[in-house]
Each structure stands twice: as C-alpha cells, then as structure tokens.
Design a protein around this ligand. Structure first.
Ligand SMILES: [Zn+2]
Length: 389
C-alpha cells in the first residue's frame, strides 16, 4: 500500500493526500489540455477547477471534524483520495443527536459554498446573459472562469445530495441510523440502515449493469462493502458492551504500595503498575514515569513520591466497550479495576486488542482505529509478548 503524503495540519488534525490523487491531473490533461477545444489555458483552468473541487471536499470533511470536536470526539486525520475525502473520527458518539449533527455538518458546508457562489453567478447572468453561466461545455473541453464557478456551485450541490443518500458509508446512512436509534435501539437501527443501504446498492448495480455504466457498478459494490463493514463494526461494539471488564482484568499480586522503594517497582521489568493501599487504589505508576524517576536517582525514594494520583478507575461491572472509550478519551494505556472499592486487577489496551482479535478472528476484521501513540505501544508490547513465549 502506498503511503499518503502529509499536506499540513489544521487544529491538530493531519491532512493527507493519497499519491493516486496525481491521476486526477492526468485526467485534467486529457480533458482540457489535449482535447480538440483544449490548450494550455483550459488545462490550467481545469487544474484550478480540480483543486477547488477538492478544497470543497476538504471543507466538507473539516465540517464533520469541527462538529466532532464539539462533542469531545478525537479526530485522527483526513485523507483526500481521487474519489473523495475520508475523515477518521475516532468513534461516532453513540448518542443519536451527536451522530446526526456530526453527519449533517459536512453536507451543510457544501450548501454554504453553493449559497456563497450564487449571488456572484446571478450577477454574471444578469450582466452578461444566462448562457455565459449555464453552458455544458466544461466537460467537452472548453472552460472559462465563469463556467468554472458555475460548475463549482453545481458540484457542491452534487456532493451534498450524494452524501445525503441514506446508505452507509454516506452521511445520510448515519443520519438514518441515528433517527431510528431513538425508538429502536442502536443495534436494530443499524441493521435496518444496513438493509436500506444494501437495497439501494442492488438497485444502483442493476441500473449500472443495464446502462453499462462501470462507474455505477463500482459505486454499488463500494456501498455494499461499506454497509457490510458498518454492520459488523456495530455487532462487535454490542459484543463489547455485553462483556464485563472484570472478567478480563489481570491480577498482578495486588499492585505495589506507595511506601515501597522505587527499586521494588522494577522487579519483573518496568511496566505500568497500580498503586494500592490496603486494597484501595491510590494511584498509578506509569512505566515512562518510573524510567524518568530513575534518572533522578533511586536512593531513598518511594513509589508514593512519583506516582500519578489523577486516575480513572473502572468497576468490574463496567462494560469493556465503555472502559475502552474512557481509555481512549483520557489517553490511558492501563486502568485499575475495582469491586466495591477493592482492587481486583489491571485492564490494559494490550488486553483489549487481544480480546478484539478473539471476537473477530478473521483476517478481514475491520481495522481498529487506535490513537497513534497507542499503536506504537501495542506493537511494542505485542513484540515483547511474542519474545516471552
Ligand atoms: Zn461527509
């Protein structure tokens, strides 16, 4: 797989572009550069048109991201592909209202761009006549600055309508699911939305085959795969919601005590440790903290001197799903689990990944969206785990 190139960073979100994007400019060359009506000027205008269309797509994705950030959801990155943009938003909030607003924020941006261009186009139409604005020559090789703007307006309406189609992975599919989730529950709502998406894809496939339109056929297959993947993701989520975190916490001999010397924390190799006092969790000693603490000299220092006291504690009855969400939100790699206030074991992101692999053993399991810092930690501990065996 070819790596995406980083274009820049907006509000902490990496914006990437896939190298296959270059193909769009090759297409622009044939469309406007080498066509009978074409030339250098039409080619340059064509390239500008392509850039503006993808700027609209980027703004659409940023619309989703801005709303997601409002709901405290983390956005990993945005990647622009020749067929559109993808924003990796960590987890759609399960709350239906949030999901609707995040989904609608993208299409709303395209509507706003269309509305912003409208007065300009109306002005040109009044001054220079409507045929200057509304000609369909652009895809036949000729292109003028006014045509460019009118097509940009039309493309934005098309992006909006296309994304409002009620099928996954389009925004409309998520809106449909969220609308059904309140009366029916998220699981039922998802299966219905997946069904609607599938039906929709079959109709498009039939039309594509009948009209011999390769684009429609590819699109239909794409919608089918996405609907299937979404259904599976939600099934995994609800399995995680049924599992209790207490079942998967590791008993590490009751953790360490605050009065223990730092050297005590090093037995068995440096790792994240829970600090307990009479069975009650009082802090965490992070592996990185421990290694840093060692630099300052070890003599006479105790675990209590450097431990982290701002901790999130899970209860044995909390669902694996909820705990994982909290871990992502708080960027915690390990969490102490208690029962009636008494320490029962540690639950780590590594445990979670193993569990996830067990629930979905097939190699085609959907990729787990982990924050980048976690990904390194998981790979590292996975390597250590394999070495130990
Ligand atoms: Zn969207």
């Amino acid at each position: 797989m070819v790596r995406s190139l980083r274009l820049g960073r907006i509000r902490g979100i990496d914006v990437n572009i896939h190298p296959t994007f270059g193909l769009v400019f090759v297409w622009a060359l044939f469309q406007w550069g080498l066509s009978p009506d074409g030339g250098v000027m039409p080619f340059l205008l064509g390239c500008l048109f392509v850039v503006l269309v993808f700027l609209s797509v980027l703004l659409h994705e940023l619309g989703h991201c801005a709303m997601a950030l409002q709901y405290g959801t983390r956005v990993l990155d945005i990647t622009l592909w020749p067929i559109g943009g993808v924003a990796r938003i960590e987890q759609m909030p399960v709350h239906p209202r949030g999901e609707v607003l995040i989904s609608l924020a993208g299409p709303a941006i395209n509507l706003a761009i269309f509305v912003a261009l409208l007065p300009l186009l109306l002005f040109v139409a009044v001054v220079a006549g409507s045929d200057v604005v509304f000609t369909d020559g652009i895809l036949l090789g000729s292109i003028s600055p006014v045509q460019l703007l009118s097509y940009l307006a039309i493309v934005n309406v098309m992006i909006m309508l296309f994304n409002l189609l009620p099928a996954f992975p389009m925004d409309g599919g998520r809106v449909l699911r969220a609308a059904l989730a309140t009366p029916l529950g998220r699981d039922r709502a998802t299966s219905i939305a997946v069904g609607v998406g599938m039906t929709f894809a079959v109709v498009i496939l039939a039309v594509g085959l009948w009209q011999r339109q390769l684009g429609l056929i590819v699109f239909a297959v794409f919608v089918m795969l996405a609907a299937h993947a979404e259904g599976r993701t939600v099934r995994v989520e609800s399995a995680m919601q049924r599992l209790r975190v207490g079942q998967f916490a590791l008993w590490d001999m009751g953790g360490v005590a605050p009065h223990h010397p730092l050297t005590f924390a090093l037995r068995g190799g440096p790792r994240d440790l829970v600090v307990t006092d009479n069975g009650e969790v009082v802090g965490m000693l992070w592996r990185s903290q421990l290694l840093e603490g060692l630099n300052g000299g070890i003599a006479g220092r105790t675990i209590g001197d450097i431990m982290d006291t701002s901790i999130y504690i899970a209860d044995v009855d909390d669902s694996v799903y909820d705990v994982q969400q909290q871990m992502i939100r708080r960027n915690r790699w390990a969490v102490p689990v208690t029962e009636d206030g008494q320490y029962r074991g540690i639950f780590t992101a590594e445990r979670f990944v193993h569990l996830y692999r067990q629930i979905l053993p097939q190699p085609s399991a959907p990729k787990l969206a982990l924050p980048p810092e976690w990904r390194d930690a998981v790979t590292e501990s996975w390597r250590a785990f394999r070495k130990r065996r």
